[in-house]
Design a protein around this ligand. Sequence first.
Ligand code: TMP
Length: 212
Amino acid sequence: MGCGKFIALEGGEGTGKSTQAALLAASLSKRGLTTVTTREPGGTAGAEAIRALLLSPPGEGWGPRAEALLFAAARSDHVERLIKPAVEAGSWVICDRFLDSSRAYQGGAGGLGDDAILALHQIGSNGLRPDLTLLIEVSPVTVAQRLSQRDQGKSDAIGGRDAEYHHNVGLAFGKLAAKEPALFARVNGEGSADQVHTRILAAIEPILSETR
Ligand code: TMP
């Protein structure tokens, strides 16, 4: 892609991705870079409509395959209409979740397997990968504390799945990062938001220096 960069933040529920996406965008803007902050599922009108279908499903909910297809369809619209044009115009796109969430949730915990998710991504988004994926990792105790403050007992159709599902999501993320170390930076998400932000700035330094 052009001269911008594409950075994804990944991790399980309650790892602090949204807070860190906002802090990172603010730091990059202060350095004079143009930033676009976005999220998945969502980011465009069409993808936000699919988000609503995924997180508050009608009827009895989606089966694993339909769910994976809907995520891939939302991502396709998001890449085509927002991410690709923004990076080509020179922006730094900071995305709260991307492909690796589908690999960890639907492919890993959902049992569809990595090859199926990568095949859908090839069809939907031409296989686009971020320049860097920041995987934020926190202990289960910290997650439980943060979720009880954030959700107040309410969660969506996927966040509300059982502890084993979310444990498997965490394992799957770890395996993906171990398999493709050049594409991932693993970030310790424990401590204050500022402490985690400092770690993230250190992790993106190599790609920041490419643009100087
Ligand atoms: P959010 O709460 O981080 O915005 O994400 C919404 C939920 O969707 C969250 O439980 C993770 C899940 N998800 C997937 O299962 N697969 C995906 O590809 C993405 C992007 C999110």
